[in-house]
Design a protein. Structure first.
Length: 135
């Protein structure tokens, strides 16, 4: 992974802890959230934007990582799997830009639009996910 992706992952991990504190999660749960946030984009090392979550989830599943499904399904809202940690991951990921800056939902969506285009599948998924998060 490149440095920008590492910065993004580290910032998502921190944002997850921040969100987890609002849910009054335990110290152990906050540590789990941090690790999950840090690992959520590991699939980029072996894939691209469209398949990184599946590759990363499968890598973590093979390693017996407890929260592999959160990685596998992050960014997807039309799936059968749901969990508090997945919700927190999606909230955090959709607020941190590709450089690791906490920019909020609107600027994150704008960043995705600028990189991939308004008609791209990636943008449309992000737009749908942010709508889901906010409603």
């Amino acid at each position: 992974m490149d440095q920008d992706r590492l910065n993004h992952s580290f910032a998502v991990a921190r944002k997850m802890v921040e969100i987890g504190k609002k849910y009054k999660l335990t110290e152990e749960q906050l540590k789990e959230l941090f690790l999950l946030g840090y690992l959520h984009d590991i699939g980029y090392e072996f894939g691209n934007n469209e398949n990184h979550r599946i590759i990363g989830g499968n890598i973590l599943k093979q390693s017996n990582y407890k929260y592999w499904q959160e990685v596998y399904y992050h960014g997807e809202i039309d799936c059968k799997y749901s969990s508090l940690y997945l919700d927190i991951l999606n909230k955090a990921d959709m607020q941190i830009d590709k450089f690791g800056n906490d920019v909020g939902y609107d600027k994150r969506l704008e960043d995705i639009k600028n990189r991939y285009g308004k008609e791209s599948v990636i943008y449309k998924k992000a737009e749908k996910l942010i709508y889901y998060i906010n409603n």
